[in-house]
Ligand binder design. Structure first.
Ligand code: NDP
Length: 236
């Protein structure tokens, strides 16, 4: 039977790659976007079971409406992938409370609220939170707010795994560097230095992370719960 899947931030990058894998498996996928309507609609054009769905995950009312629409159309939800995320790197001394809060609000509070309202229409299934190696280790303090949000997502994962067991498995994936638009501004020299710290000597392609997410949502991962899977190519 087709599973009903919600992927947040699926208009491009990792989210789009995750959505495509589920769609290729003939699952029904809600392709959430905030600003990138055209990208989300273009992705959906190629798949019969793809449904674009606008929702700003920083707005609780929009999350409630998104979940209500899924309930109305499908009756239930099987899988949530909390992928929507932003980074606003800057020197620590230049960080404002507003910037810090906007990163937490999108990456952490948004994921919490999607779980909170999504769970109401889930009988069983699984939730994947896209964290980061930055949520586990510390690299550059200019992403202090991003790192805090991603560490928070790991705690959210552990806590919701307890709360939602045994019917819903909750796991996190912590990717290292990925070739997406989030990293499009990186200076070539900096990128080379970062690749030198990775045993595989390159950034991941989105599909290499998406496949792990897809596996964690499959029956083959039926005993994986409440954990964080690091996918970083051997980042030193
Ligand atoms: P991109 O910047 O390419 O894409 C981000 C996605 O998040 C877009 O689809 C965007 O949608 C969506 N988004 C942002 N804010 C909101 C919002 N308020 N509501 C709904 N959707 C929103 O990033 P990546 O694909 O690289 O990142 C995906 C996830 O992977 C993020 O959580 C990121 O932190 C994580 N990650 C990325 C790594 C990397 O190196 N790239 C490494 C480790 C983790 P729209 O354009 O429609 O607003």
């Amino acid at each position: 039977m087709n599973r009903v899947v919600l992927v947040t931030g699926a208009s491009r990058g990792l989210g789009a790659s995750i959505a495509k894998l589920f769609l290729e498996n003939k699952d029904i996928v809600y392709v959430n976007y905030n600003h990138s309507k055209m990208e989300a609609e273009n992705l959906c054009k190629n798949y019969e079971l793809a449904i674009p769905l606008k929702c700003d995950v920083t707005r609780e009312e929009e999350i409630k409406e998104m979940i209500a629409k899924i309930k109305e159309e499908q009756g239930h939800l099987d899988i949530i992938i909390n992928n929507a995320g932003i980074a606003k790197d800057s020197l620590v001394e230049d960080k404002t409370k507003e910037t810090f809060m906007s990163v937490l609000k999108t990456n952490l509070v948004g994921s919490f609220l999607v779980c909170k309202y999504g769970k109401k229409i889930m009988d069983k299934g699984c939730i994947i939170n896209i964290s980061s190696t930055n949520g586990i280790d510390t690299y550059y303090p200019y992403s202090l707010d991003y790192d805090a949000s991603k560490a928070g997502l790991i705690s959210l994962t552990h806590n919701l795994a307890v709360e939602y067991a045994p019917r819903i498995r909750v796991n996190a994936v912590a990717p290292g560097w990925i070739n997406t638009s989030m990293n499009k501004e990186l200076d070539g020299e900096f990128k080379k230095e970062e690749c030198d710290k990775i045993l595989l000597n390159r950034f991941a392609e989105p599909n290499e992370i998406a496949k792990v997410v897809f596996f964690l949502c499959s029956d083959d991962a039926s005993y994986i719960n409440g954990t964080v899977i690091r996918v970083d190519g051997g980042l030193k």
